[in-house]
Design a protein around this ligand. Structure first.
Ligand code: ATP
Ligand code: MG
Length: 70
């Protein structure tokens, strides 16, 4: 029996327009989380872990950030 799918992230991008140009903080990521799984996001400082998490929760301030999903 397959585990229920809890979260399905498809082609998520979050880009910031700044005075110094476009910052592609998150650029086209996809992943799924199934019931019972524990998922960690690993990466160097500035690699986009926090922006990924905030984007998933729709907590990127508007209009500071533009998200591909809305
Ligand atoms: N509001 C914003 N405007 C412009 N750039 C931003 C904004 N928020 C984040 N960034 C940039 O997006 C990139 C990813 O940042 P993020 O905070 O997601 O990294 P992180 O992986 O969580 O880093 P750390 O391990 O230091 O917490 C960085 O280059 C950061 O400077
Ligand atoms: Mg962070």
């Amino acid at each position: 029996m397959s585990k229920p799918l809890l979260l399905d992230i498809k082609n998520l991008s979050t880009h910031f327009q700044t005075d110094n140009g476009l910052v592609k903080a998150v650029d086209d990521i996809s992943f799924q989380i199934f019931r019972g799984e524990t998922v960690g996001i690993v990466g160097g400082s500035g690699s986009g872990k926090s922006v990924t998490s905030l984007s998933m929760m729709r907590l990127i301030p508007q209009p500071a950030g533009k998200n591909s999903r809305w």
